[in-house]
Each structure stands twice: as C-alpha cells, then as structure tokens.
Design a protein around this ligand. Structure first.
Ligand code: GLV
Ligand code: MN
Ligand code: MN
Length: 481
C-alpha cells in the first residue's frame, strides 16, 4: 500500500485499493480465530474485549421500544443509559457528573491538573430501530482503555487530564437539530436551542425539566468549555460504511467528515375528496412532493447535468462533488393521511451531504429553486426550512498521525508483524467531532463493521475489532503527548 493511502467512499477508489493491496492479515484477522492471544495478559482481553462487548450488548438493550433499539434525547431509556454509563465510568476510576444538557462526563485529572485536557467520547442516543455500536462503541472503548490504566496504576500518571463524554444527542431524531450535547460544550448553539419543540410540542427546556434538569439560558451557555482548557478531542466510531471491510483492516484513521444540511420541506395544497375532485382541478401536495423527491435523486446522482459552471461552481468542483454527494428523504408525513382524501399538507425531510461545502451549498440553492418551481407549476405552496447545517471538517494531522501509530501498534500487538499501513478514509456520516472541531482540534478512529451496515439492527462489529479499538485507544493514551 502506498504511503499516503486515502480512501474516499467512491467505489472506483475502493476497487483500486483492493487491487493494489491484499493485506496479509485480511483473513488471519477475521476475528474468529484468536489463537494464543487470549493468554496474552498485556492485551487485556477481559476488559477490552469481553467486558466491552458485554457492555455494548447491555447498553443495546436499553431502549424505549420493545423489540428494537430506540433511545432518543432524554427519553426514559436515555436516563437509564446515563446511570449505566456513569457507573461504568466510576468503575474505571473516573470522577463523574451529568451536565445541564444530560451529557455524562467522567474525568481524571492526573498529576498535571492544570494542563489542557484530552476529551474522548461519542454519543449515547440512537436512531429508531438502531444498531448497538453507533455511538456506544466510542464511549465504551474509551472507558475500557481507562479502566485498564486504572487497574494497572497508570491512570493517575497520565500526562494531562483526560475526560470521557457520553453526548446526549448526535442523531437529532427527537428535535431534528443534531449535536445538542457536543454543540453545547463546543459553544456553537444559541440559547434559543432550549425553545426548540419536538413533535409533541415539548421544548428542549421542558424535556430537561421533566428529567429534573433545570436549565436556564445562562446555565446552558455556561456549558461551553474554555478552548484554552482543552488539548484535543478524539472519537472512536464504527465506520458505518464498507471500506475497512473491503480492504481487510479492523481500524482506519479518519481524514475528514462530510458537511451536511437537513431541510424540512412543507408543501400545502387543497385538501379534498379522492372520489369527486377531477384530476385537472387538483392542487395535490403529495404529487408535488413526489416530483421533488425524484428530482432530488436525479440532481444528486448527476449534479453536473444540473449545476451551472458559474462563479459558485467550477467544472472540476462539480466533478469532484459527484463522488461524495449523497441526498436522502428519510421521513415523510401527510395530513390527514387517509386513503380517500387528497392530502392538504405533506412534510418531508432532505438530508444532503458532501465533502465540498461550496458544492453542497450550490446543490441546495439549485434544488430549492427547482422545488419552488414545481410548487408554482402545481399551484401548491412550499416552505423550505434549514434545520441543521454543519460544514465539512478536516481532522487534525498531528492527532491523526498519533491515532495511526496507536492503531498500528495495537494491531501489531495483536497480530505480530503488519506490513501494510493503517488506511485513512473520509466519513460520510456526521459525528460529534464536527461540533467539537469548533472548540479544539479533532481526530477520529474508525472501526470496521460487517457489510458496512449501520442505522440498522443488522449493524455488527466483530468482538476482536472491539478489542482492537480498545487497545488502540489504550496505546494512544499511553503515548499521550
Ligand atoms: C449520524 O449518524 C448521521 O450521520 O446522520
Ligand atoms: Mn448514527
Ligand atoms: Mn454516530
């Protein structure tokens, strides 16, 4: 593998990478054969694999739904998750607290309490019908690595304070506004965030109060960490894509994270009787929405056929845009939603992502104009609201190279000699690291997942890959700068 192996999530690059290299340990590191590794006390399998995996499954059962995993911001299951995570942090020798947004913190000061702190973390909320690893893996691998240090008497010798944070909301399922936890700590959310309503019209402030967390505008704004007190933020996360599995590596270093925008589109027409209003006399918001959604697919598949090469977009930027641009309508609702009624209103979400921020903005501009044109032509009205906007993030090169060394050393400790370089890749998924990048430098480590599947109960990480993630985190902490 070449010395600068960067993998974007376009398939031609993946294929090229596979052709260039067949890592020697693709099959031997399958996770099903551990050989004598179990007996190697210095690899801490009981804590970094067995206990970590057991905890992932235990947390995966903490759900508001029966039969599938759903744990959204400050739901009853989230409160149970908070207690469980806090208990695990204490078991690792950390001082813990829950803040005014419901983030759980576990911290060790060490001998240099005034030094800038390393923050480690990920999110404890989930999507609906989620997998067990998204978010939880980053929290649990950080706690496990610190527990190993605690048990070995190294926790109090850490070069700088280390704090694990389990963020309350990254998915944005309940309030459509993502990063409520990491955004508050990074100081990028306005105090009006407390007044955002959920679908039942309960606001963030009211939901916090229901959980006995009294948050005022002042205490919300005080959640922001002083940038001078923080050294960096590191997040371990499942890849949620197929690249690491294809190249046969358990771990990869994230080079950057795609920017994302979430829109809410409301289309209003004329509600009526499905049997009596002639087709030519309808103002049907459902068919307008359908046309808009199909247009979105077409534009996002072939942006070069839609976007003009003006000042906003050069020829090459439009070409590179098409390799990372992804657009999704994941939620749609109609009113009054009955089979014999022409709907009066249709509301749907659009999630638009790309590595290139200018390209994403150009897509949103063009798409919005075309959505309005469709509404005009069909004599319905349209409102497009921007619910979430996050620019693309480039991970810090210093942190990334330390993570790369940590991953390499962990895999070498587990496997013996490793010839290949740990891959670097881009993330199409959003992460708390995006919000934290406004506070401090960020680095991320990805962990291979089966079939690249995520946001699904099929999501799976091999037990040995959980182990590798914990061992890499441990190695990173042992060599903390
Ligand atoms: C979070 O998982 C996101 O990328 O939407
Ligand atoms: Mn997710
Ligand atoms: Mn996640």
């Amino acid at each position: 593998m070449s010395s600068a192996t960067t993998i974007f999530f376009n398939h031609s690059c993946i294929l090229l990478l596979c052709l260039l290299s067949t890592p020697s340990w693709t099959s031997s590191f399958s996770g099903s054969e551990t050989g004598d590794l179990e007996k190697r006390g210095d690899l801490f399998p009981q804590i970094l694999r067995d206990e970590a995996v057991a905890r992932l499954h235990e947390l995966g059962k903490v759900s508001d739904a029966s039969g599938y995993l759903e744990r959204t911001f400050l739901s009853p299951a989230s409160l149970r998750a908070i207690h469980l995570i806090q208990k695990w942090m204490e078991d690792a020798g950390l001082r813990t607290w829950v803040d005014q947004m419901g983030n759980v913190h576990g911290r060790v000061e060490g001998p240099n309490a005034n030094a800038e702190a390393l923050l480690l973390g990920s999110h404890m909320d989930t999507v609906v019908d989620a997998g067990k690893f998204d978010g939880s893996l980053g929290i649990i691998s950080a706690i496990s690595a610190l527990k190993v240090m605690h048990d070995n008497g190294k926790l109090q010798k850490l070069r700088r304070p280390v704090e694990v944070i389990a963020f309350c909301d990254e998915e944005g399922v309940r309030f459509q506004s993502t990063f409520l936890g990491s955004g508050a700590i990074a100081g990028i959310l306005p105090a009006t965030t407390l007044e955002i309503p959920d679908k039942r019209n309960a606001t963030v402030r009211e939901i916090l109060k229901e959980s006995s967390i009294e948050t005022t505008e002042e205490s919300f704004l005080q959640l922001k960490y002083d940038p001078k007190s923080v050294w960096g933020y590191v997040e371990v996360h499942i890849e949620q894509g197929p690249v690491l599995e294809q190249v046969g590596f358990p771990l990869g270093v994230v080079k950057g994270i795609a920017g994302q925008t979430r829109l809410k589109v409301t289309v209003r027409g004329s509600q009526g009787h499905a049997g009596t209003v002639p087709m030519s006399m309808r103002q049907d918001p459902m068919v307008a929405a359908a046309e808009q959604i199909v247009l979105m697919e077409s534009l996002c598949k072939h942006p070069e056929e839609y976007l003009s090469y003006d000042g906003r977009c050069s020829d090459s930027s439009v070409k590179s845009l098409s390799s990372s641009l992804v657009c999704t309508v994941g939620e749609i609702s109609t009113w009054p939603s009955a089979s014999n009624v022409i709907p009066g209103q249709v509301t749907y979400t659009m999630d638009i992502r790309a590595i290139d921020d200018l390209g994403r903005e150009a897509v949103i501009y063009d798409l919005s104009n075309r959505i309005y044109q469709i509404c005009d032509r069909r004599s319905v009205s349209c409102i497009i609201e921007h619910k979430h906007n996050a620019g693309a993030v480039i991970c810090d090169s210093g942190l990334s190279s330390q993570l790369k060394s940590a991953a390499y050393s962990a895999l070498k400790r587990m496997e013996g000699d490793i010839q290949e370089e740990v891959p670097t890749l881009m993330s199409g998924a959003g992460h708390d690291a995006m919000a934290m990048s406004h506070l401090t430098k960020v680095g991320m480590l990805f962990v291979r997942c089966r079939g690249g599947i995520s946001h699904s109960p099929e999501e799976h990480v091999l037990d040995n890959d959980v182990w590798a993630a914990g061992l890499a985190t441990l190695s990173f902490l042992e060599n903390l700068q």
